[in-house]
Design a protein around this ligand. Structure first.
Ligand code: DHB
Ligand code: FE
Length: 281
């Protein structure tokens, strides 16, 4: 039977992808951030999950404002890397796991999470940057990926609590999968931490909020699940709402987890960058 072996929260700042793609990680600006990445990479290399479920948000790359699914599950065998305006990132295509993904779709929908099913989807920095953070620059990604896109672009996004409950349902879905080749599943929640990219408060970063969020996410996720949209907006900036995707990841883990690694760095681009690796006890 399949089980979830680890959860990772990871910011998905596009400039981090550029730094990796262009070999800038040892530069003065980037070196302190990438020092914090190393232990997570080493740990993932040892863990070698069979599949990664990546909970991320699309930034108007696959979905325009014409269609905005709240939760969209990727069922394809391959997800091309999106062109976000500068050509696709020079990273391998993302291979899916249709058999596991269809099982997740069935289990989740029968469990009353009515997902949008997506058979064709380009994946943007929300998904590819965390893969690069965790796996570096391989010829091919080390495992298949099941993408789960969450709307945090168009109001109203799902609540943190709904995301947490989705994570719990995802866990039930994974644990009822009996197919081969997906015994050990890692789940990633991407985005955040505090940042705001536009408007009068552009550049907002709130380190205190982010640290409290991380502490709470580890030790008392039910409480963190109660953070309202208004509080994210006020405390973590307009794009801080991306943190709800970390709650999907956390919901898929045990109530009590072991914190394997935590690194935060400010700033990377406009964001207080977070990386959190959790493991079931
Ligand atoms: C930045 C962060 C994001 O999460 C994003 O989607 C785009 C840009 C940034 O900090 O530059
Ligand atoms: Fe983002």
């Amino acid at each position: 039977m399949a089980r979830i072996v680890a959860g990772v929260g990871c910011s998905h700042v596009p400039a981090v992808g550029v730094a990796i793609d262009r070999g800038l990680t040892a530069d003065e600006y980037w070196a302190p951030y990438f020092a914090g990445v190393e232990p997570a990479r080493a740990w993932m290399a040892e863990l070698r999950p069979d599949v990664c479920i990546v909970v991320y948000n699309d930034h108007a790359s696959a979905f325009s404002l014409e269609v905005v699914p709240t939760f969209a599950l990727g069922l394809a065998a391959e997800f091309p890397v999106a062109d976000e305006g500068y050509g696709p990132r020079p990273v391998p295509p993302v291979l899916g796991h249709p058999e596991l993904a269809w099982h997740l779709a069935e289990s989740l929908i029968l469990d009353e999470f009515d997902l949008t099913l997506v058979n064709e989807m380009a994946v943007d920095h929300g998904l590819t940057v965390p893969l690069s953070v965790l796996f570096g620059q391989p010829e091919a990604w080390p495992c298949p990926v099941v993408p789960l896109a969450v709307n945090v672009i168009q109001y109203p996004p799902p609540t943190g609590r709904r995301c947490f409950r989705l994570g719990q349902a995802l866990r039930r879905a994974v644990e009822s999968y009996a197919g081969a080749g997906a015994e050990r599943v890692a789940i990633l929640g991407t985005g955040g931490m505090s940042h705001q990219l536009h408007g009068q408060r552009a550049g907002l970063i709130n380190v205190d909020f982010d640290h409290a969020f991380l502490d709470g996410l580890v030790a008392d996720p039910e409480a963190v699940a109660g953070i309202s949209h208004t509080e994210y907006l006020r405390e973590a900036g307009a794009e801080g709402i991306e943190l709800v995707m970390w709650l999907v990841m956390r919901g898929a883990l045990d109530p009590e987890v072991t914190e394997v690694h935590r690194a935060t760095h400010v700033p990377t681009s406009n964001t207080h960058n977070g990386l959190l690796v959790l493991e079931n006890r």
